[in-house]
Write a protein that binds this ligand. Structure first.
Ligand SMILES: [Zn+2]
Length: 324
């Protein structure tokens, strides 16, 4: 290439997307992308048999590019992906680029183009990659914790019409708090302590038992719970046995200490809602996947790498000591 052409090509590099930079880096190093992914997955290790949960599996050759293991108890073989949401997904060479597209929050269409796969594949991959992170929550919340819910429009996007429940009309009195109709909107609970440990979950019903059953049981009994003072949180705090500090200034509730506020949880809701705008509405049944995806990105921050995403997709907590 002529020097002038090369300079022009080089000057165009800042316009590349992160996923395109991944592809360029792979091309420059000459590393086979499928091998890179296989090596990363193998490096995560396998501590027990996915079939019978026995420990100490032994290495047993290689198969389809991955280390194979054999279980001494049930004698079955497996690899790093057996029994994980990534098992039997094809085109492993595109997984790092796809993982970068998840970090960048790309649309299905765009991530499909980046990874060079059909958009139905990209859609399937998205939800396979997010299955494990959607179950990863902070192990426990301690100290001062905040809780609040927000509502988003219910969506049956991508569902067959039969899956949509019949709408209840004329029954009246079916308003949730904040005047929402639960037929039209679904609640999103966020709980967060001052260390940044975060719980978030979609709620079909915003009541104290549902809050406790989904993620609320992870709040330590010694914690102080700050909320806007809604009765649902008073009941939940009582049920859980934690101190409740209502901080709704609009209702004239006095704040006992400046540290008692709900600014962190409100800021988190804003970040999540802002990030969600790019998707132009998501199917309600996938809401927990989008919550898990955002928890991961929010926790790992700007340093997120395709390796983080692959490890999390395989079920490894991205913040090891504080998550399950
Ligand atoms: Zn076994």
């Amino acid at each position: 290439m002529k020097e002038a052409d090369f300079n022009e090509w080089l000057a165009g590099l800042p316009a590349l997307t992160s996923a395109q930079k991944q592809r360029l880096a792979a091309a420059l190093t000459g590393a086979d992308p499928a091998t890179t992914v296989a090596n990363e997955l193998d490096a995560l290790g396998v501590s027990h048999c996915p079939h019978c949960a026995a420990g100490s599996p032994v290495r047993f050759g290689h198969a389809s590019g991955l280390q194979r293991y054999k279980c001494h108890a049930c004698r079955r073989t497996f690899n790093a992906l057996t029994g994980t949401p990534l098992a039997r997904l094809r085109h492993r060479d595109a997984w790092r680029v796809f993982a970068q597209a998840l970090i960048d929050g790309e649309s299905v269409r765009r991530s499909a183009a980046s990874a060079g796969v059909h958009r139905n594949t990209a859609f399937r991959w998205r939800h396979r990659f997010l299955a494990a992170p959607s179950d990863m929550q902070a192990k426990r919340l301690a100290g001062i914790a905040e809780a609040d819910e927000t509502f988003i429009r219910r969506s049956y996007k991508g569902s067959r019409s039969l899956e949509r429940p019949p709408r209840q009309r004329g029954g009246g009195a079916k308003k949730s708090r904040k005047g929402r109709d639960p037929d039209d909107e679904v609640g999103v609970l966020v709980m967060r302590d001052r260390e940044g440990h975060t719980l978030s979950h979609a709620l079909e019903t915003v009541d104290h038992r549902t809050i406790d059953d989904t993620v609320g049981h992870r709040l330590e009994r010694e914690a102080v719970l700050c909320t806007d003072g809604a009765s649902v949180y008073q009941r939940y705090a009582q049920y859980r046995g934690v101190t409740h500090e209502p901080v709704n200034l609009a209702q004239g509730i006095r704040v006992r200490r400046p540290a008692f506020h709900v600014q962190n949880v409100n800021a988190y809701h804003s970040r999540w809602k802002g990030w969600m705008e790019r998707f132009h509405g998501v199917a309600t049944r996938y809401l927990d996947h989008y919550l898990g995806w955002h928890r991961m990105l929010d926790a790992v921050g700007d340093s997120a790498t395709p390796h983080n995403v692959l490890a999390a997709a395989r079920g490894h907590a991205y913040q090891h000591s504080t998550m399950t």
